[in-house]
Ligand binder design. Structure first.
Ligand code: SF4
Length: 306
């Protein structure tokens, strides 16, 4: 933490990107329950993407670029900007290393303009609940107030997650969508895909990113491990295809894609990757989705005819 005394803070700002989407709804409720006013950057839109292109490193993955733009938008909007250092969101797994560097990058870039508030999130060492308790204590709040705020925050996140379309125990046919939560939950990035699938009357679901543990497997990155675990459990009789929305320049995805492809080949489930970047080329995306869905329909027709 840098800057003024912690107990001076009356308001906190957060960029609506990356780590923000890993714990949906949780951090706002935590800080508000402690009596702070909360400013979250506006939802991603064309202006956010244009700002990202101007200020972010061209080699960054799309979610990192968007985080830079959202962060730029909230500097000065509150007494302090909150950016947790996310090291792991799932026991026995680690987060993408890029998430761990975000607070330091923010200090390097905006440390002269705003204090940066941070806390380690590392499920291998302690639960996110305990991290919130520690943060509340660092901010100078009484233990009872922090406990109540943390409980309210976890409850809000649970409610938010209960509304998500996950593939647990599904009986009907569906397409599984793989993507990091910050891609799924950023409507500007994912809505064109979901909108197109809805327009084609395709049922789509995604893995349960809120699960607390998974079977130990070969992939040790947390979100990618959850995707892999979901693929291991897939019933080829129910899941008709898998669509992987990958961010341009994602190092983790570039490795796990080949693992996913091999696994789904063995299960005889069609797999397609769509690489998402900041360019608005929706026509190509629509064409690829139509071709994938249609080819699966033809394949099933041929299988039934044999
Ligand atoms: S996992 Fe991929 S998309 Fe996510 S921050 Fe890391 S490189 Fe970027």
């Amino acid at each position: 933490m840098s800057g003024s005394k912690r107990t001076d803070y009356r308001s906190v700002a957060m960029p609506r990107a990356l780590w923000y989407h890993l714990y949906p709804g949780m951090w706002e409720v935590f800080f508000r329950s402690l009596g702070l006013s909360v400013v979250v950057s506006a939802k991603t839109d064309r202006a956010t993407v244009e700002r990202a292109a101007l200020i972010s490193e061209p080699e960054h993955c799309l979610p990192l670029k968007l985080h830079d733009a959202h962060l730029h938008g909230v500097v000065g909007a509150a007494d302090v900007v909150f950016i947790p250092r996310v090291l792991s969101t799932l026991t026995e797994h680690i987060a993408c290393p890029k998430l761990g560097s975000l607070p330091d990058c923010a200090v390097a870039q905006f440390g002269d303009e705003t204090p940066i508030l941070t806390i380690d999130i590392d499920e291998n060492k302690r639960s996110v609940h305990r991290s919130m308790l520690e943060l509340g204590s660092e901010l100078g709040f009484r233990r009872n107030a922090t406990r109540a705020a943390a409980a309210a925050a976890l409850s809000a996140m649970k409610t938010e997650r209960n509304g998500l379309k996950t593939c647990i125990d599904r009986e009907d046919d569906y397409f599984l969508i793989l993507a990091h939560p910050y891609i799924l939950h950023d409507a500007y990035v994912s809505a064109p895909v979901f909108g197109k699938l809805d327009a084609m009357n395709v049922k789509w679901l995604f893995p349960d990113y809120g699960c607390e543990s998974i079977e130990s497997g070969p992939i040790k990155w947390d979100a990618c491990g959850i995707m892999h675990d979901a693929l291991l459990r897939l019933d080829a009789g129910r899941c008709v295809g898998v669509i992987h929305l990958s961010a341009f320049n994602c190092g983790c995805d570039s490795i796990v894609m080949e693992v996913f492809r091999g696994l789904l080949w063995e299960k005889n489930i069609p797999y397609m990757t769509l690489v998402i970047d900041e360019h608005e080329g929706r026509a190509g995306l629509d064409t690829r989705l139509e071709a994938f869905v249609d080819s699966i329909g033809w394949r099933n027709t041929l299988d039934n005819a044999v």
